[in-house]
Design a protein around this ligand. Structure first.
Ligand code: ADP
Ligand code: MG
Length: 713
């Protein structure tokens, strides 16, 4: 029997279904549903399982429950303080229940007397009446059946969940007549991963025989979403490796060895392993494309420099790109210091060698300096170039770029990575190492950075004392925080005060920091020497303030988040973060990383917050753990993948069922299968040549940019 493909369903307009007239067609289009495939992948958001329904009479106070009942009475009014309040009384044959909706005046029109509703919420008692406040309500129409799918519906769109259900039924029936859905996932993998057949899954997700069946269906369809995405990422990865000729870097030079020997500390095991792993890539025939993840302070710089020097010792050049000027300058200072005593052979010189040359290029670099730099890059006189996006400009041309490190505080795009890679010679593609200090959970990394290999620096250098973090929950605890600042300063240490994050505007932010400094100078921190640092200061003033703070001429640095990156003063032992709940967890963790850099015990106080359960959980987590990876997991659980994925991986945001937090195992499985299939091509070229159905499906269903990238030949 021939079957239907998802693509063929995507070509059938929903308007061809019975009951979808012009008006409904438009309403569906507004909801993003144009084809039968769109309709079938508009999955139920939950199910009403009538077999596990409790009558209202048996419901227990303080517990959540689902109720199916008839609306008996509707009463809309305003409360004394002007809020809209809609009360509805519902009855299910056993008892009455009051549902109160605040600030949802439209409920009065939605929940008319006589309507059957499904209500989910927590039962409370208020003045003797059993009630739910702002429960979740779905209208299901007069649908019967043991398990009823409830579809996401928007009030505006003008289609309701039972209309959707009807059209889905019709589409499924027609599909059944047309034969099964083609299943591009080989049988062998379905069996191994215990995945059900696609046709069955598509039917059961809409009309499950049991809740277990719904689960199996969901698992299969979620797998498909993840699998398509991973296949793209793996193809992209293999394309970079396979089609590009890399440089076999020399691993036997002594520059790297001399560098490592000259360090004032022994490497951590994690650093040693990372360097070994990176060197294996560098010595290999294919260009490296690797992600180095490591918590704040894990010592990524040394690893990056070792990679760059591996290129330099073989006569190539290295580049390091950072997302901000501050960070680029910081790297330039740090790397220059690390390489101060190193030299490379130079036959043109009497002494036969010259110092390793490190140069800085940002948009601030003057024209004359720039010209000099360009010449140095072209001649090979500059060994390592550090800078911002400025590195990507056209005039920047290397004699022989061999290795690139990208420090991604804020994530460059795939295109920018590619742009830098293209600055290599015609003959070979440089190796690329991407570094991130914002740890992200493994499954998220597989998705966001799925085209890269990953190395994790999972260990901090020894001797660090974890920062005591305290969430100051009230005035007394806040007072204790300021006392701690004073006592640390009295003991010869220094402190940071991080000012509240103000939306969007650097100017407003700078002003609020200025005001906060004034306030503290006459208030909590009177008598201390306070400095001020914010993004609006001229860079020479910034440097002056930082210089004073480093020298110990200032006790306290009142700052905006500009200190998030780059600032490294080991004598600073306390940080106070105001309005801490305005910051994300990763950012709090980054900020906190500015203290605890020396041997002395240190503190971080989080002020404010706790206005929502969410902010409470975040602050508690930061208080509890100093492990960036653990915090990243919590963040994923609390906020979902959206914030992690951002706009970076557009394909990933097409995930309808799959979730990076719930479906960790599926992500791993999907990646494994993608590798197996992409690498198994019988033609020896790999790719999807043996899997035309899969190739066609991905081509049709996946985001345009990704597709162009993949299928351009
Ligand atoms: P990050 O991973 O945040 O970029 P850095 O590379 O800036 O971390 O290193 C943080 C600090 O730790 C630096 O002062 C660096 O000199 C120091 N450091 C790096 N590796 C080690 C080590 N193996 N032992 C002791 N200190 C180290
Ligand atoms: Mg760093």
């Amino acid at each position: 029997m021939t079957g239907r493909t998802l693509i063929s369903l995507d070509k059938v307009d929903v308007g061809r279904l019975k009951g979808v007239g012009d008006k409904k067609r438009q309403a569906l289009a507004d909801a993003g549903i144009d084809s039968v495939l769109d309709l079938l992948t508009h999955y139920p958001r939950r199910y009403l399982d009538r077999t596990s329904q409790a009558p209202i009479r048996d419901m227990v106070e303080g517990q959540e429950a689902t109720v199916v009942a008839l609306v008996k009475k509707v009463n809309a009014r305003r409360t004394r303080n002007g809020r809209s309040l809609v009360d509805i009384d519902v009855f299910d044959g056993s008892s009455y229940l009051r549902c109160s909706f605040f600030n949802q005046p439209w409920r009065a029109k939605q929940l008319l007397t006589g309507t059957e509703v499904v209500i989910f919420g927590k039962l409370e008692r208020y003045r003797g009446t059993r009630q739910m406040v702002n429960p979740v309500v779905d209208l299901i129409g007069n649908r019967t059946g043991r398990i009823v799918p409830v579809y996401p519906q928007s009030e505006k769109a003008g289609v309701n969940t039972w209309e959707l259900a009807g059209w889905v039924d019709e589409a499924l029936e027609r599909l059944e007549q047309a034969g099964n859905l083609i299943d591009p996932l080989p049988r062998e993998w379905r069996d191994r991963l215990d995945l059900v057949d696609r046709t069955w899954a598509m039917a059961q997700i809409h009309h499950p025989d049991s809740m277990g069946a719904a689960q199996s269906a969901r698992k299969r369809l979620a797998f498909d979403e993840l699998f398509r995405l991973q296949t793209i990422l793996v193809m992209r990865k293999r394309a970079v490796e396979r089609d590009a000729i890399g440089i076999r870097h020399r691993l036997d030079g002594d520059l790297v060895a001399r560098f490592l020997k000259g360090l004032p500390f022994p490497l951590t095991n994690a650093q040693e392993q990372a360097i070994a792993e990176i060197q294996r890539d560098l010595g290999g025939p294919h260009p490296m494309h690797r992600l180095l993840q490591g918590d704040v302070g894990a010592g990524k710089t040394v690893v990056a420099v070792a990679a760059l020097l591996t290129a330099v010792q073989g006569g190539y050049q290295g580049a390091l790109m950072a997302p901000t000027e501050v960070l680029a300058e910081q790297h330039h200072m740090g790397v220059s210091a690390l390489l101060a005593d190193l030299s490379v052979p130079d036959e043109g010189r009497l002494e036969g060698s010259r110092p390793v040359t490190v140069a800085l290029l940002t948009h601030r670099t003057g024209a004359a300096e720039r010209t000099r730099l360009h010449a140095g890059l072209a001649s090979g006189g500059v060994d390592i170039l550090i800078g911002t996006h400025a590195l990507l400009t056209e005039e920047v041309a290397f004699r022989s770029l061999g290795a690139v490190v990208i420090d991604e505080q804020h994530r460059f795009g795939v295109e920018q990575r590619a742009a830098l890679r293209q600055k290599g010679t015609e003959a070979a593609v440089p190796d690329v190492l991407v570094m991130t200090a914002t740890p992200i959970p493994r499954t998220a990394a597989m998705t966001v950075y799925g085209d890269l290999d990953t190395t994790v620096l999972g260990e901090l250098p020894p001797g660090r004392t974890p920062v005591h973090t305290v969430w100051a929950r009230g005035p007394l605890e806040e007072a204790a925080a300021w006392e701690r600042v004073k006592s640390e300063v009295a003991g010869g240490h220094q402190a940071y005060v991080v000012c509240p994050l103000v939306e969007d505007s650097e100017r407003v932010q700078a002003r609020s920091a200025t005001e906060e400094r004034e306030r503290l100078a006459t208030g909590e921190l009177a008598d201390l020497r306070l400095g001020l640092l914010h993004g609006q200061l001229a860079s020479k003033d910034k440097e002056a303030v930082m210089g004073e703070f480093r020298r110990g001429a200032l006790d306290v640095l009142v700052a905006t988040t500009v200190i998030e990156v780059g600032v490294d003063v080991t004598n600073a032992t306390v940080m106070v973060i105001e309005d801490a709940d305005r910051f994300g967890m990763a950012q709090l963790h980054q900020l906190r990383g500015r203290v605890g850099r020396g041997q002395d015990p240190s503190w971080c106080f989080l002020l404010g917050g706790g206005n929502s359960p969410d902010s409470e959980e975040r602050l508690q987590a930061v208080e509890r753990s100093t492990d960036g990876f653990e915090l990243a997991e919590v963040d994923l659980q609390l906020r979902g993948e959206g914030t992690i994925l951002g706009t970076r991986q557009k394909g990933a945001t097409d995930l309808k069922l799959a979730s990076l937090k719930r479906d960790r195992d599926l992500v791993e499985a999907a990646r494994k299968v993608a590798f197996a299939i992409v690498d198994s091509g019988s033609s020896g070229r790999g790719g999807l040549a043996d899997h035309p159905d899969l190739a066609a499906e991905i081509r049709a269903l996946v985001d345009e940019d990704d597709r162009d990238f993949l299928f351009k030949s």
